[in-house]
Design a protein around this ligand. Structure first.
Ligand SMILES: Cc1ncc(COP(=O)(O)O)c(C=O)c1O
Length: 309
């Protein structure tokens, strides 16, 4: 199999072979953690998830993640079966069982649960939701900071909200997976997806920013994930006198950007090395590094508030 660079590359950690995984209140060794083949998530991709990071025993920007998670579940009539304190308890149980406090990433997943028949209708899911928490030891691969990600623009778009709103962090990621396959076929690491009008939008797994002449640009946000990291970067730029714009722009401006970076909870800010084989800037990523430092401080502040509370 070919080795690929991805935005979710992490340093190898042998401890992840022996992690405990939470399924509906119980903890199972990784190899025994299983859900039914009748589960709505497996059958249809009918579920929502969140990716979060643990720092000193606290989940960074927990309330922002829970706002998105509960809003998404509510929008598709998915009963979480507990409130955000219940989710926090389930996360605490899993972290404690695994002896995890820092450099940890979790994937919190909720599906519509086990169905009585292998068909689509939501009413066939009758036994309540399936809640799964996978927590792994995870340090983003340091090499990516120097190397950067190679993007290819792809034909697959993230569409209008009345088809499947790009704001849903749904289990079904086929739209993004197709984009990623197209990027791979073009010899790149990941996909740069446009919006239905042809403007630069997002990557298949992260939000996307460019820097031109000291200004930070990102898409309007109408056709991409309402990323927690994206929102933090915009807020940090505003608070620190860095001009930031959510606007339409095309590949024309992306190719000739001075710097470009991706945002996501997993890797924070990951530099982009090239788009469609065209190198981005000179490789001097001063503003990206500055924003990365501001983001690190914002996490430290958020964690300090949680520790004090
Ligand atoms: C398609 C897509 N874009 C962007 C993001 C980044 O969002 P966040 O910053 O909240 O991790 C994600 C993460 O789940 C995603 O799936």
């Amino acid at each position: 199999m070919t080795e690929h660079t991805t935005t979710h590359d992490a340093e190898e950690d042998a401890r992840n072979r022996d992690i405990l995984i939470y399924i509906n209140g119980e903890l199972y060794p990784r190899d025994e953690a299983k859900v039914s083949v009748y589960d709505s998530g497996f059958l249809l991709g009918d579920g929502m998830w969140e990716g979060m990071r643990l720092h000193d025993g606290h989940w960074a920007f927990f309330d922002d993640h829970m706002d998105r998670f509960f809003d998404s579940c509510y929008a598709v009539g998915l009963d979480v079966g507990m409130d955000r304190a219940g989710i926090a308890d389930a996360l605490r149980l899993t972290a404690e069982a695994n002896g995890m406090t820092s450099d940890v990433h979790c994937r919190l997943m909720l599906t519509r649960g086990t169905k009585v028949k292998p068909f689509q209708h939501p009413s066939l899911s009758r036994s309540g939701p399936t809640l799964v928490i996978i927590m792994e030891h995870s340090k983003p691969a340091e090499a990516l900071q120097a190397q950067g990600i190679r993007l290819a623009s792809v034909p697959q778009v993230r569409g209008l909200p009345h088809s499947q709103d790009a704001k849903f962090n749904s289990h079904s990621k086929l739209n993004c997976v197709i984009a990623c396959l197209q990027a791979e076929a073009a010899g790149a690491d990941e996909a740069l997806m446009l919006d239905p009008h042809g403007f630069v939008n997002t990557t298949n797994a992260c939000n996307f920013f460019i820097i031109r002449k000291g200004e930070v640009w990102t898409s309007t946000g109408d056709y991409c994930m309402n990323g927690v990291t994206r929102a933090k970067v915009i807020e940090l730029c505003r608070d620190n006198g860095i001009p930031v714009f959510e606007k339409n722009y095309s590949l024309y401006e992306a190719y000739s950007a001075d710097e470009a970076f991706l945002t996501g909870t997993f890797g924070a800010q990951t530099p982009v090395a090239s788009i469609d084989g065209k190198a981005i800037g000179t490789g001097d990523r001063l503003l990206t590094q500055h924003i990365r430092a501001l983001y690190k401080q914002a996490i430290a502040r958020d964690i300090a508030v949680r520790q004090a509370g």
